[in-house]
Ligand binder design. Structure first.
Ligand code: HEC
Ligand code: HEC
Ligand code: HEC
Length: 140
């Protein structure tokens, strides 16, 4: 196992490997799939009396500066199934399309998407889960 491979996995719970949870292509637990399939039903808060906040079904396309990668789709839906708006706004992202210049270097250092991805959410090595929207080839 190379260092890069281990770092990409960060502290992801490999101990859960053998449970009946769906896995991603790295063999890590695919929490998004688990939720969609109803294998888990997480609560958004442990405080009794806190209701379930309404989700937000809004995909934001983040065009990529890269010539060879697809644009990024940021889905609010899956994020707001687990996270309140204030987990991201305004600390990690100004809530306005295109208002957050980002680079992968900063993400690897834990900023922007990297505040969670590579830590508690699927790793930054899984490029195409974020870079998922084919660039329009016509533009140029
Ligand atoms: C968690 C989501 C996510 C993952 C996983 C991810 N990216 Fe990105 N990436 C982004 C976002 C958001 C941007 C910002 C859009 C832009 O400015 O290009 C970006 C930008 C980029 C850029 C252009 C800016 C820069 O830093 O040079 C490149 C190149 C890039 N990503 C490559 C990759 C590669 C290669 C992988 C896999 C090893 C990857 N990305 C995985 C979300 C992600
Ligand atoms: C996991 C992080 C995260 C969470 C949680 C989150 N957002 Fe966002 N939000 C983003 C990102 C990333 C963008 C895109 C910013 C960009 O394009 O630079 C965005 C953009 C927006 C925008 C601008 C959309 C547009 O078209 O300009 C609004 C409005 C917004 N969010 C509202 C909310 C609300 C309301 C909630 C809670 C219900 C929420 N967000 C939860 C990350 C998050
Ligand atoms: C506050 C924490 C947080 C931030 C910041 C964050 N995410 Fe996530 N993201 C999660 C969690 C938690 C999940 C669900 C667990 C998982 O899939 O590993 C998730 C899931 C996703 C998924 C769903 C994958 C699927 O299979 O449906 C995509 C795509 C994604 N994130 C992209 C992004 C992008 C792009 C950014 C930055 C613009 C970002 N996320 C920022 C926490 C975050």
């Amino acid at each position: 196992m190379s260092d890069a491979y281990r770092k990409g996995h960060a502290w992801h719970p490999l101990a859960l490997q053998n449970q009946a949870l769906p896995k991603d292509r790295f063999g890590l637990v695919d929490w998004a799939q688990a939720l969609r399939k109803g294998v888990i039903q997480p609560k958004s808060s442990i405080r009794p009396g806190d209701g379930e906040p309404p989700g937000l079904d809004l995909d934001v396309v983040i065009p990529t500066k890269s010539d060879f990668l697809d644009d990024v789709i940021f889905p609010h839906s899956i994020h707001t199934w687990w996270l309140g708006c204030d987990s991201c706004h305004p600390k990690h992202f100004v809530p306005a399309r295109g208002a957050n210049p980002m680079s992968m270097r900063e993400m690897i250092q834990g900023r922007h998407c990297g505040a969670c991805h590579n830590k508690v959410a699927f790793p930054l090595t899984d490029c195409t889960r974020c870079h998922a929207k084919p660039k329009s080839r016509a533009a140029k």
